[in-house]
Design a protein around this ligand. Sequence first.
Ligand code: FBP
Length: 344
Amino acid sequence: MKPVSLIQFLIEERRAGHINAELSLLIEVVARACKRISVATNKGALGGVLGMAAGEGDAASINIQGEAQKKLDVISNEILLEANAWGGHLAACASEEMEDPQQIPDMYPKGNHLLLFDPLDGSSNIDVNISVGTIFSVLRCPDHVTEPKVEHFLQPGTEQVAAGYVVYGPATVLVLTFGHGTHEFTLDREVGSFVLSRRGIRIPEETAEFAINMSNQRHWEAPMQRYVGELLAGTEGPRGKDFNMRWVASMVADVHRIITRGGVFFYPLDAKIQAKGGKLRLMYEANPMAFIVEQAGGAATTGRARILELQPTALHQRVPVFLGSRKEVETATHYHVEADGARA
Ligand code: FBP
């Protein structure tokens, strides 16, 4: 089979009427920026890109999330901002690393799309050479809006016109959806282009593999304690089968494993993060991953509601995340809804 490049795939999607020229250009630009991020992460210590980004004096620089920024967080953010500034396909963009949306400089033409991204997901793994990634979500800019404000980004996940992530691992892999299935592209480093490696990915409905940060167990709600307790009980418990556990602590890597062989991923609400509403961010982590997973036949909820139907209230809003093989997401969600019903 002749290899299909990302560019060729985008042309096919345009001919099929799934995307327009501007969205196709946007994805090309984001993919090219991620190739540059891949080169930077690959250099590691030799590129001087490891460690904390400098803030005032000896202090590390702190982002809007109150988290100390890694050098690669800042470098990846700048690469994506720079690449997307002049192409004429964006009205504005928003990032995990910036409090407010970034406007397109007046000297450049503006487009009709809004781009949201987590420039480098899995920050805690950057310095220890474990896979990290970039996650992005694309929305339409409301008509007649020339200076998009936060409220113009606050659209439910069902309004996304594209979503994707790139994993910087042993291979650099892009996974993408426009709402017509989920597809995977692998970076051919010799040629320097992404090549289609899997078209129309399907996540198995059933799984025996779960991913969760077990160290938070004592802080979980009762339905989560019950659900994970049953998984751990295995054949001796009500589920009657053994389950295996994985936790990379890079959402992109954990989700890519699920996209590849099935599984279920949880970052539930717990007493430690109750006040924040969750750990992971809705607009540039949960929504794009939910769109990708649902388009591959999986499911994605907060434990109580479908993530894509949530009405966002803030740009950096956090939510609980349950996603992956549909039957397990439904079981865990059912335990939470049932417990809420019993309490009501
Ligand atoms: P950022 O690195 O972009 O802040 O993302 C958050 C994240 O690292 C996810 O990738 C991952 O799933 C989770 O946090 C890991 O959390 P924990 O450190 O509690 O295991």
